[in-house]
Design a protein around this ligand. Structure first.
Ligand SMILES: [Zn+2]
Length: 495
């Protein structure tokens, strides 16, 4: 066997372990009974351990090292080997007992955070948070990179990104978007009353199934289920599933989280099948992934054109709740902007401000070494500055998100970046397609084909930067995002 064949065989085996773990986690998030928990955790941990040992074995490392010095590899194989090397180097320098201790810390932190959030008690979480941050710094140091710790984390979640680039991005948000949002919030436009009405679950379900058809989601390769938190799951382009939840007093959850997840799913289904055996399979980055889901959800799903076509169907499913609601009122309702404490409930326009708050706090933690005692004040001041709200409870403030308790620092910025990528992609797409006309013709497959051709098919063979440059002919530019938001929200609130 050549080194390449050996490597491929090892990767195949690792993928098999991962496949099994993925299917188990899908089952556990959707339909497994509560009582299955303990046995499942036991089986999962055994399989994960086996996979981890194989991945960090001398056999795997030796073959990888040999291939890194092999000039005869194709460009694709080289990229695959580099991806594998990068992934391994994130853990290979870490002593295994420290890695295990960190995993344990995170498992406990989850519980501690849940309790702290439930009891509005930041102090009971502070020490755990401190330990996570301290361990993160240590683990980063083992990797021996010459970058600042927060830059390492930012690059982990979005290859090519760092504080310098994000500073420029968030400076523009702070300077150009914050004043605009404040004008919108002060516009005095009345909130449409229908938003809080009762929308029966059975009809919501029927509408989500209708959306599957509209977006041409292929049910021979997909599956729709319910879960507490909507998500997309995939193992390869022929098995891409997603979930929604049905809230009878908030119909937008199933509609827009559903369209959002369909955006993620369509991306995964569009990746070239030939990449499946490699590490180049799947979407290229968190940010580009989020650009696809936000494009679906906001650019298509919250457009007037979309509802000109599909509002009659929705109205027929909810004759009671929507009986006195005309299209313009509905369009305002789905684009309703208001100050809120909670990120996951935020609208498209205020959403990036929630991310701005998190970025500045994470930067203060990792780069400026802020004391954890001062963190709530810093957070609350930023909420005051950007959203003009006074945080009364840390539960509504810095305790609201799960990410930090899972050690996921540097993750949040990709959410805002994804929306910004989506806007830049939108203006590029307009040069090829009249998007409104395509949506009015109910021809979403045409949009899917464009996205597949320009983005999806490439998987990880292109970096996020390459995707944006090749699709738009330019480097990433935050001004498209600000322009898009102003063009959309000015007529709704300030026109
Ligand atoms: Zn998403």
């Amino acid at each position: 066997m050549t080194n390449l064949e050996k490597f491929q065989a090892l990767e195949h085996k690792l993928q098999a372990y991962q496949y099994v773990l993925n299917v188990v986690s899908w089952d556990s998030a959707t339909e497994a009974p509560k009582g299955a928990f303990e046995r499942r955790a036991d089986m999962q941990s055994l399989i994960s351990q086996e996979a981890f040992e194989l991945w960090t074995s001398d056999e795997y490392r030796d073959v990888l090292d040999a291939l890194r010095n092999d000039d005869s590899l194709s460009e694709l194989d080289q990229k695959n080997v580099e991806k594998a090397h990068k992934a391994l180097s994130k853990v290979s320098h870490i002593p295994s007992d420290e890695y295990a201790a960190y995993e344990k810390l995170l498992a406990l932190a989850q519980r501690t955070w849940e309790d702290a959030k439930a009891n509005d008690d930041y102090d009971s979480f502070k020490d755990t948070l401190g330990k996570i941050i301290e361990t993160q710094r240590k683990l980063i140091a083992y990797r021996g990179e010459s970058k600042a710790p927060y830059d390492v984390l930012l690059d982990d979640y979005e290859e090519g990104m760092n504080m310098e680039k994000y500073d420029a991005f968030f400076d523009a948000i702070r300077q150009d978007l914050v004043p605009f949002v404040q004008k919108v919030l002060a516009s005095g436009v009345q909130k449409p009353a229908f938003i809080d009405r009762h929308f029966p679950k059975a009809a919501q379900k029927a509408f989500v199934e209708y959306l599957n058809d509209v977006f041409a989601y292929d049910l021979d390769k997909g599956l729709l289920k319910e879960s507490v938190h909507p998500f997309t799951w995939n193992t390869h382009p022929s098995d891409v599933r997603y979930t929604v939840r049905y809230l009878e007093d908030f119909v937008f959850s199933s509609i827009f989280a559903g369209i959002h997840e369909l955006g993620h799913a369509t991306y995964e289904m569009g990746v070239d099948e030939s990449l499946t055996p490699t590490r180049l399979k799947g979407g290229t980055s968190m940010g580009i992934h989020e650009s696809q889901s936000r494009f679906y959800e906001n650019v298509i799903g919250r457009s007037k054109a979309f509802w000109e076509v599909h509002y009659p169907k929705l109205k027929s499913l909810f004759p009671e709740a929507l009986k006195d609601v005309d299209l313009d009122t509905f369009y305002l309702g789905i684009n309703w902007v208001e100050q809120s404490f909670i990120r996951v409930e935020a609208d498209e326009l205020t959403y990036p401000l929630h991310i701005l708050i998190r970025y500045e706090c994470e930067r203060a933690i990792f780069n400026d070494g802020i004391a954890l005692d001062d963190l709530p004040d810093l957070w609350n001041q930023k909420v005051k500055d950007y959203l003009n709200l006074t945080v009364e409870k840390d539960t509504d403030g810095l305790l609201q998100d799960v990410h930090w308790s899972g050690g996921a620092f540097g993750y949040f910025p990709t959410y805002a970046l994804g929306s910004a990528y989506a806007a830049q992609i939108y203006y590029a797409m307009q040069k090829d397609l009249d998007l409104d006309a395509v949506i009015l013709a109910n021809d979403i497959p045409k949009i899917n084909a464009w996205l597949k051709e320009n983005i999806h098919q490439y998987g990880k063979t292109k970096s996020p930067e390459e995707i944006i440059r090749d699709v738009t002919g330019e480097d990433f530019d935050v001004q498209y995002y600000i322009r898009y938001l102003k063009e959309k929200y000015t007529p709704l609130y300030l026109g």
